[in-house]
Design a protein around this ligand. Structure first.
Ligand SMILES: Cc1cc2nc3c(=O)[nH]c(=O)nc-3n(C[C@H](O)[C@H](O)[C@H](O)COP(=O)(O)OP(=O)(O)OC[C@H]3O[C@@H](n4cnc5c(N)ncnc54)[C@H](O)[C@@H]3O)c2cc1C
Length: 432
């Protein structure tokens, strides 16, 4: 039987009498990844009580990103997956390691089915859609007033806010995960659909940062091939194409036998800067804006999924829609140290990830990256990194924290938009 979600009453809830004014229990500000997973979770948990509005100037549909994540099979997302793999490869110039992820698996989910499922959930939950930006959000402690770009006022018991925003202040390390991927269709079988390439560090390494390629095959002729950098600055359009063409050549793929069917570009923050998850009593931030992006990897999806489930369960049980923090504080500290070690050059990216996978079961590393390991497992993970550079990075991080306490907070730079572009046909190899 469907649960009747009840949330703590607020003075603002009442009948809609004025089209410019809307009273709801939950206002979802932003309707992207985090909100889509939340709508699906509310529907899945049978939450039918709260009146819900989604405020987003854009209705997200179709393919605008591909999510890769790991986890146990048989979650409700399984029917939506494009592919999943129990084995993945981690490749360095020195070796090719095949990791068996059992009991986990690595999975690929295209955005279209996620947005479609959220749209179905919206219908069942009788959601009001407002196609305008949320401009002003004011929380008086008993409810939230949202003013939208088209002049409406929404009074909500709670606001679940996933609008993109920079962190509250500058971090000690501010890197970006930035990438371009080509969906490649081949004339003949060239991909191995039994395995994904998780990280391939044979790409030329940037002066400051880490680069790698990866391959997510959905069949022997169709795959997403991506070039990714963890570094402070974006490349140019031509820079991404050259890097990606170089990686395609490293894979031994013949450009004449390939067609680029789609191009995917993205930028994800990798920083120890704070993303406050609860900026005021009745505003809860979700998604990247709420700190769901893991600073050391840019992976976000699993934390968004977990938090969506927690919010839905809370509402179904009549509790406030507040999830647990995306990652435990000790993980955020370890990520800050890892970013410091990488940024200072004390630790090389390929070496860092290679040692993690060399000295730990793959499952432990992946659960660690999702923030769900216990302290004993985390000590084992820390022990697999190079000791002296990590001690230096820990000391450097502590010194910078002290500096941050003593001087006024610096504003964080905005997260830049992705460099959009990329050819519809593969870029020829440099020698052609
Ligand atoms: C191309 C790409 C690929 C990615 N792949 C992976 C992956 O493989 N694995 C992984 O773990 N993570 C991945 N990520 C990171 C992360 O999972 C995604 O960015 C995810 O979409 C974040 O969800 P979100 O809800 O925080 O932000 P978004 O999905 O970006 O949603 C934010 C929403 O806010 C809306 N908005 C903006 N301004 C306003 C406003 N003023 N008022 C109301 N609404 C507003 C936007 O229109 C948008 O719909 C990827 C990111 C990108 C960009």
């Amino acid at each position: 039987m469907a649960a009747r979600g009840r949330i703590a009453p607020c003075g603002s809830v009442g009948r809609v009498t004025d089209p410019a004014r809307l009273d709801v229990d939950l206002a979802l500000l932003g309707g992207g990844g985090a909100a889509s997973l939340l709508l699906a979770a509310l529907d899945r948990h049978g939450v039918r009580g709260p009146r819900i509005a989604v405020v987003d100037p854009v209705r997200r549909r179709g393919q605008d990103r591909t999510w890769a994540f790991w986890g146990h099979p048989d979650i409700d997302l399984d029917p939506l997956l494009s592919a999943s793999w129990h084995q993945v490869e981690v490749v360095t110039p020195a070796r090719r390691r095949v990791l068996d992820l059992t009991p986990l698996r690595y999975a690929m989910l295209r955005s279209g089915p996620v947005y479609d499922r959220a749209a179905e959930a919206e219908r069942r939950l009788d959601v009001t859609r407002i196609a305008a930006p949320a401009d002003v959000v004011r929380d008086d402690g008993t409810g939230v007033v949202v003013r939208t770009g088209d002049g409406r006022e929404i009074r909500a018991g709670w606001a679940l806010d996933s609008r993109p925003r920079p962190p509250a202040r500058a971090g000690r390390t501010t890197w970006l995960q930035h990438f371009r991927g080509w969906w490649l269709e081949a004339d003949r079988p060239v991909f191995d659909p039994r395995r994904a390439v998780l990280m391939d560090f044979r790409t030329p390494q940037p002066a400051r940062g880490v680069s790698f390629g990866y391959v997510l095959p959905v069949s022997d002729r169709y795959a997403l091939v991506e070039y990714t950098e963890f570094s402070p600055d974006l490349l140019t359009d031509a820079g991404y194409d050259t890097a990606l063409a170089g990686y395609r050549d490293l894979l031994g793929l013949d450009p004449d036998g390939l067609r680029v069917r789609e191009v995917e570009n993205g930028v994800i923050p990798m920083t120890d800067a704070p993303f406050p998850a609860r900026p005021s009593p009745r505003v809860v931030r979700l998604g990247t804006a709420g700190g769901a992006t893991r600073p050391s990897t840019g992976f976000t999806f699993s934390a968004m999924y977990r938090q969506a489930d927690q919010v839905a369960r809370a509402l179904a049980a009549g509790r406030p829609p507040v999830p647990a923090p995306a990652y435990p504080a000790r993980h955020r500290w370890m990520d800050a140290v890892a970013l410091r070690a990488l940024d200072s050059g004390g630790v090389g990216g390929p070496d860092f990830f290679d040692r993690l996978f060399d000295r730990n079961p793959a499952e432990r590393v992946l659960r660690f990256l999702d923030g769900v390991t216990n302290p004993a497992e985390e000590i084992a993970i820390m022990n697999s990194t190079r000791l002296l550079p990590m001690i230096a990075a820990t000391a450097g991080d502590a010194a910078l924290r002290l500096r941050d306490r003593l001087r006024p907070a610096r504003p964080a730079p905005a997260i830049p938009a992705a460099v959009v572009g990329g050819p519809q046909r593969p870029v020829p190899s440099p020698e052609n």
